[in-house]
Design a protein around this ligand. Structure first.
Ligand code: MN
Length: 717
């Protein structure tokens, strides 16, 4: 954080590099990148007054602190050259090769954010980060180092810009560093951001920490001595690190209503051992001497956090009655805890020639964060929806819940068992009938809490309910549920189309299998512009093309009846209605109650859209003010009117095809039917075209006669 440290030379970077890069050629490569960047930035200065090259040098130094590979460090040195200097991609490629240029390009792209509104800006930003991450996660790591150094020198920036940059660091970059597990960068970004966003709070906490430092240090030292003795008695080779809490994490706890004096993990120890077994051993030994605080023990070794973090956490009553938070983990786990994804570089066992590829594949395989983003990007969403989902579901406060086997699942706050089920597998989601959370049965709209153990009850023959769309929190579940219903409607249309075609073919005494020969299918596809037989069925089923006109493509000889479906153009409707006292006025039939010829109707004078005609019992009229006008049907009604029925059945069996048949027997055309599953009964919403009230009533009677139907009502939205 100090201003002096920023003005470093290449030697400082090199000193760090040689501790972990042995190959001469790689070291030379990095040095060449440094000299190239230095030459290109010649004559440029930072706002802080220093030569520009100090910035790339510091970025490189930050990268060495997480043991970045030579390509990443080189790209770190070169990261501002393409944008700010006279240097083409071609030139850089000739000097440093494709990989480094790609990394630099990636970082440059991330910096070029166009924004007109804050929202567009964020959307653009997230998209670029996400794209960058899926192409080469090293781009994001360089960006994090770049931003960290810029935050360290933020004092040289005008105050308004300080706030903007700090918010960005806190809301976008720190969460990304967290998800990549790069704790070092994450917590420094947070502390720096807090310093500019809430300086009062920041300095207040810093001061309190300072005041209590002596006392805390003495207590920690005493406790440490006891623990060392204890572990030595049991021959556990270990190392103990004191541990400083970040100011931001203290701020977070204070913000949640805790008192400064109550934040017990201010006193903290971290114990490092060689093996996983020794972690548990050490824990047992410590618990046998120091009484653990109930419910504070967490086993992140058996159940790692989604960002790969592993450790044992416990809080014990230590010496002098002070509470101590103790973390116990192996050296390797410690590397992952500090450097996350970058531990591929930092942990010596992992350093190999293929570390870049390993880094990328670990990102893709192990980080649930990344998987969620990829899952989201597969859903059909606008980029705004996509980015909001990423923000809500991936970056923001999430909860951790467990499967009965102990696998941890990260979900957005407000998630339900249905979200959980869909996260496991689409099939599990679709067949969910109930959920057990921590041994008790909960309703499906139960809001999951941190550490809940969730078991999903499924039934092979069960299907989702449309209501679920309003219950679930995750976009993934929402889209899967919607997809289930659209897919189902499609299947129904296909079935119906095939059925109608069979019927027509029988009438014409044609054999179905002969008629749909490969050659004929091809001709029909060309004629009605579809791709395959299934789509021919679909087209016949959803009313796009009538079965007869499909058959006529091949079998033209016979004349047939006109297709049933009559499209009603709304603008033609006005002649059907007589408005008392006014003529030649634009009239629309309201689509909330869909009046049909013969209904009792009332007109409502809209603002600028003529008169809208409602059924007199439409509840929407009650909400409208006094601008109603008397209207009457014109007696020459020859058109068809669209209206909607809500049909309730007594069972969960699907009677859709049956209903379609009944409807078509009355000579009514169907625009669409959807099912609404309400727990123990199935309802159908049918949109139909009728000639008038008389035909509609006939239809309602015919449906009500079926023994599986409980009631039929006209829908008013
Ligand atoms: Mn930069």
């Amino acid at each position: 954080m100090s201003k002096e440290k920023d003005n470093i030379t290449y030697d400082v970077v090199k000193e760090k590099l040689v501790t972990y890069i042995e190959e001469e050629d790689k070291l030379e490569f990095i040095e060449k990148a440094y000299l190239f960047a230095k030459k290109k930035h010649q004559g440029q200065y930072r706002k802080s007054g220093e030569e520009y090259i100090t910035h790339p040098l510091n970025v490189a130094l930050i990268l060495t602190s997480i043991y970045a590979d030579y390509e990443t460090v080189s790209a770190g040195l070169l990261h501002d050259v393409l944008e700010d200097c006279d240097c083409t991609e071609e030139e850089m490629k000739n000097e440093f090769g494709e990989v480094v240029v790609k990394l630099v390009q990636g970082v440059t792209k991330l910096g070029k954010i166009n924004f007109s509104t804050e929202n567009e800006y964020l959307i653009d930003y997230y998209k670029k980060i996400i794209v960058g991450m899926s192409e080469d996660v090293r781009v994001i790591i360089i960006k994090l180092a770049d931003r960290l150094h810029n935050m360290r020198t933020l004092w040289a920036t005008p105050p308004e810009k300080q706030k903007i940059k700090s918010r960005e660091a806190l809301e976008i970059l720190a969460p990304i560093a967290h998800h990549l597990g790069i704790h070092k960068i994450k917590s420094e970004l947070e502390d720096l951001a807090l310093r500019y966003l809430k300086p009062d709070v920041f300095y207040d906490i810093a001061e309190k920490l300072n005041k209590t430092k002596l006392e805390r240090d003495r207590t920690v030292f005493e406790m440490q001595k006891e623990v060392v003795n204890l572990l030595n008695e049991h021959d556990i080779v270990h190392e103990i690190k004191g541990r400083a809490k970040s100011i931001y994490s203290i701020y977070n706890k204070l913000d949640k209503g805790k008192k400064f004096s109550d934040i017990y993990d201010l006193l903290a120890l971290r114990i490092l051992v060689n093996t996983e077994q020794e972690c548990y051993l050490a824990l047992g030994i410590i618990h046998s001497k120091f009484r653990p605080l109930p419910k504070r023990f967490k086993d992140y070794i058996a159940m790692p956090k989604p960002n790969m973090y592993q450790s044992l956490h416990t809080t014990v009553f230590g010496i002098d009655g002070y509470l101590f938070e103790i973390q116990i983990r192996t050296y390797e786990m410690d590397e992952v805890a500090e450097n996350g994804i970058a531990s591929h570089w930092s942990y010596k066992e992992n350093r190999g020639s293929n570390s870049a590829a390993n880094l990328q594949s670990t990102t893709e395989q192990k980080l649930q964060f990344f998987k969620s983003i990829i899952d989201l990007s597969k859903e059909k969403m606008s980029s705004e929806e996509f980015v909001n989902s990423v923000k809500d579901e991936v970056l923001n406060n999430n909860i951790y819940v467990f499967t009965p086997k102990g696998d941890v699942m990260e979900l957005p706050i407000g998630s339900t068992p249905i979200d959980f089920a869909y996260r496991i597998h689409t099939k599990v989601g679709e067949t969910t009938t109930g959920a057990i959370v921590n041994n008790s049965i909960v309703p499906l709209n139960y809001e999951l809490k941190n550490n809940d153990i969730v078991r999903i009850i499924t039934n092979k023959s069960s299907t989702p309910s449309k209501e679920w769309v309003n219950i679930v929190k995750t976009t993934q579940a929402k889209n899967k549920i919607k997809a289930f219903f659209t897919k189902n409607e499609r299947e129904i249309y296909i079935e119906r189309g095939k059925y109608n075609l069979e019927k027509e073919l029988r009438k014409r005494k044609l054999v179905f299998s002969e008629f749909f020969s490969e050659a004929n299918i091809k001709k029909i596809c060309e004629a009605i512009k579809v791709d395959n037989l299934e789509e021919i069925y679909l087209s016949a089923g959803n009313g796009k093309t009538s079965p007869n006109s499909i058959i006529n493509v091949i079998d033209k000889i016979k004349t047939v009846a006109a297709p049933k479906i009559v499209k009603v153009a709304p603008k033609d409707l006005d002649t059907d209605i007589i408005v008392s006292g006014i003529d030649k006025v634009k009239v629309n039939l309201a689509n909330c109650c869909n009046p049909v010829f013969g209904d009792d109707i009332i007109g409502y004078i809209t603002k600028g859209n003529g008169i809208s005609v409602h059924r007199s019992n439409c509840h929407n009229l009650a909400m409208l003010d006094n601008r109603t006008v008397e209207v009457k049907w014109n007696n020459n009604g020859t058109k068809r009117y669209i209206t909607s029925l809500l049909i309730h059945s007594k069972t969960l069996d699907n009677h859709m095809l049956d209903l379609i048949q009944i409807i078509s027997m009355i000579n009514v055309s169907v625009d669409g039917i959807k099912t609404i599953n309400r727990g123990n009964e199935m309802s159908y919403e049918a949109n139909i075209y009728v000639t008038g009230l008389e035909q509609l009533q006939k239809l309602i009677l015919a449906i009500e006669k079926q023994n599986y139907i409980s009631s039929v009502e006209r829908l008013i939205r």
